[in-house]
Design a protein around this ligand. Structure first.
Ligand code: ADX
Length: 242
């Protein structure tokens, strides 16, 4: 959406090229004088190239009236920082005038997906539903960030093909660091011995698979970056993609 300077310049020249021919033909038709025709054409079109360039650059800073739908599917282990980054980016983009929605796995599992567990089949159904909501929002000009573990490559591929403007973002963090962070206390519970009543089974990364993304448009490593740096990178990536 935000044309690069070079693209704006190329468009200005191609448009002017056509206009030079048109104005030249009209001026010559009226004046029947090649010298006058050349002077008028050069002055008028020289001015117009400059005006077009600045006009384009000024409009590129105005978000009003843009089609901005974009679907970002995040993928990453529990606790990697997906929701924190998504919400930070949402705040920043709303301030810039965009419409942004975060589809949060935890939140949807309390509502639309409350009938689902953590088997492969249920996770796939979960992601399909979240992806569907994302597709609908994106086609209505909402920048939509889906924050869910989204562990299977086959469903990520399905979601990439579902929405025209879709990007995959891997929020990466090593398992050892996640076990240390354990903000929700879930890794501790997943690592409890079998038979312990508190144990969480089929926990992604511990007792359930996580396919490393084969295709992704952006990798954010929250072990090496601060949340602020990660959010800034994602925001920049989104602004370049809308
Ligand atoms: S997904 O695999 O279907 O994409 P989703 O992102 O919706 O998962 O939900 C993951 C969240 O559910 C985790 O952040 C965690 O809070 C909670 N959770 C509960 N049980 C599990 C489990 N067995 N595996 C992963 N996450 C779990």
């Amino acid at each position: 959406m935000n044309d690069k300077k070079e693209r704006s310049i190329a468009k200005a020249f191609s448009w002017r090229g056509l206009a030079v021919l048109a104005l030249g033909a009209i001026t010559y038709g009226i004046t029947d004088d090649m010298h006058q025709t050349s002077i008028i054409t050069i002055i008028y079109h020289g001015l117009q190239v400059g005006i077009f360039f600045f006009h384009e650059r000024i409009w590129s800073h105005v978000n009003w009236g843009r089609t901005t739908g974009l679907f970002i599917q995040m993928t990453g282990l529990s606790g990697a920082g997906k929701s924190t980054i998504a919400k930070k980016v949402q705040k920043g983009l709303i301030k810039k005038g965009f419409r942004v929605e975060v589809i949060d796995g935890d939140e949807y599992r309390e509502g639309l997906c409350s009938d689902l567990g953590f088997s492969k089949e249920d996770r796939n159904t979960n992601i399909r539903r979240l992806g569907f909501v994302g597709k609908v929002l994106a086609r209505n000009d909402v920048i939509t960030i889906m924050s869910a573990i989204n562990p299977y490559e086959e469903i990520r591929k399905e979601l990439r093909e579902l929405s025209g403007k879709s990007r995959t973002v891997f929020i990466n963090c090593g398992l050892e660091e996640l076990k240390k962070r354990d903000t929700k206390g879930l890794y501790r519970k997943a690592l409890l011995p079998d038979g312990d009543p508190e144990k969480i089974n089929n926990f992604t990364g511990i007792s359930d698979p996580f396919d490393s993304p084969l295709v992704c448009d952006l990798i954010i490593n929250t072990e090496k970056e601060t949340i602020e740096q990660s959010a800034a990178r994602l925001e920049k990536f989104i602004l370049e993609s809308v």
